[in-house]
Design a binder for this molecule. Structure first.
Ligand SMILES: Nc1ncnc2c1ncn2[C@@H]1O[C@H](COP(=O)(O)OP(=O)(O)O)[C@@H](O)[C@H]1O
Ligand SMILES: [Mg+2]
Length: 249
C-alpha cells in the first residue's frame, strides 16, 4: 500500500507540524527520526486516523485517511507500551481486535495463533501478559497489530521500554516479519543506529514546527558509519534549534 503524506500540519496551542510531506512506496520500511517533541507521535496518529490534521492530507493508495474511522483495517499501530489487557491471555488479546472483522470465534483464535507464532510466541498463547517478559509482551503487541492484516504498520518507539539485548532481538524479528509479510512499515525511533539498521528509507524531521529536513535512501551502497555520524550531527542541530539555542557550527 502506497502512503502519501501531503502537506500535513498540526497546531495545538503551538504549531507542532508545519508542513510535512513525503511518499512511501509499498513494502518500504520507513524510519522516522527527529528531536523529542517535534511531533513524531502526532504525525503517526494522524496517519493512523487517530487524530485529524490541521492542514494537508494523508492518502493511502490515493484514498484520504479520515480521522475517527475506528474500524478501518488499513493501518495497524504498535505503541511504546504494549497496551495488552492483563486479564486476557496473549491469544485472547490478539483475538479481541479481530472481533469487529466479523470472524467466528474459532477463526479468530486460529488467526491469533498464526500471528503469535509469526512473532515467535508459539507455545505461549495461554500465558497472561503479567507472566511473560517485556520483550514477549511487545511481540504480542506486534502480533496483534499484524493480525488485523493491515497493509501499513505504524510503530511508535516500540522497543523504547526494552533492555539493549531484547531490543536487538526484536529488531531482527521485526525485520524478518517485514520481509515475510511485505507490509509497509513506518517506525518511529530516537535511536539512530536502530533507524540505520532497519530502515530502507529514513525521514529526518526538523525542530518544531517541523518539516522534513532530510529524506535518505538507506540501501546497500550507503556507508553506514558515515550516515550515523551525519544523522547525529543533524539531529543535534535540530535539538538545539528546538531548545532555542544556537545551531552548531
Ligand atoms: N493532545 C495534545 N494537546 C496539546 N499538545 C499536544 C498534544 N499532543 C502532543 N502535543 C504537543 O505536541 C508536541 C509534539 O508532541 P509529540 O507528537 O508527542 O512529539 P514526539 O513524538 O516527536 O516526541 C509536544 O510539544 C506536545 O506537548
Ligand atoms: Mg513520541
Amino acid at each position: 500500500m502506497k502512503l502519501d503524506v501531503a502537506g500535513v500540519g498540526k497546531d495545538y496551542l503551538i504549531p507542532v507540524l508545519d508542513t510535512v510531506s513525503f511518499r512511501v512506496a509499498t513494502g518500504e520500511f520507513v524510519c522516522l527520526l527527529g528531536p523529542n517533541g517535534c511531533g513524531k507521535t502526532t504525525l503517526l496518529r494522524i496517519i493512523g486516523g487517530l487524530e485529524p490534521a490541521t492542514r494537508g492530507v494523508v492518502l493511502l493508495d490515493g484514498t484520504p485517511v479520515v480521522a475517527g474511522d475506528a474500524h478501518d483495517r488499513k493501518v495497524g499501530v504498535v505503541f511504546q507500551e504494549d497496551r495488552l489487557l492483563p486479564w486476557l491471555s496473549l491469544e485472547a488479546n490478539v483475538a479481541l481486535v479481530l472481533r469487529p472483522l466479523g470472524l467466528a470465534s474459532a477463526a479468530r483464535r486460529a488467526v491469533a495463533r498464526r500471528y503469535l507464532a509469526l512473532a515467535g510466541l508459539a507455545g505461549f498463547e495461554d500465558y497472561y501478559p503479567g507472566r511473560v517478559s517485556g520483550g514477549m509482551r511487545q511481540r504480542a503487541a506486534i502480533a496483534r497489530a499484524l493480525a488485523i492484516e493491515a497493509d501499513v504498520l505504524l510503530m511508535d518507539e516500540p522497543f523504547g521500554a526494552l533492555d539493549a539485548q531484547n531490543r536487538r532481538i526484536m529488531q531482527t524479528e521485526v525485520r524478518r516479519i517485514w520481509k515475510e509479510t511485505g507490509r509497509t512499515i513506518l517506525f518511529v525511533t530516537h535511536a539512530i543506529e536502530e533507524a540505520v539498521a532497519l530502515g530502507t528509507m529514513l525521514v529526518l524531521m526538523s525542530a518544531r514546527p517541523s518539516r522534513v529536513r532530510e529524506l535518505i535512501r538507506n540501501d546497500a551502497r550507503v556507508e553506514r558509519a558515515k550516515l550515523i555520524d551525519d544523522l547525529n550531527t543533524m539531529i543535534m542541530e535540530e535539538v538545539l534549534r528546538q531548545q532555542g539555542g544556537a545551531p552548531l557550527g
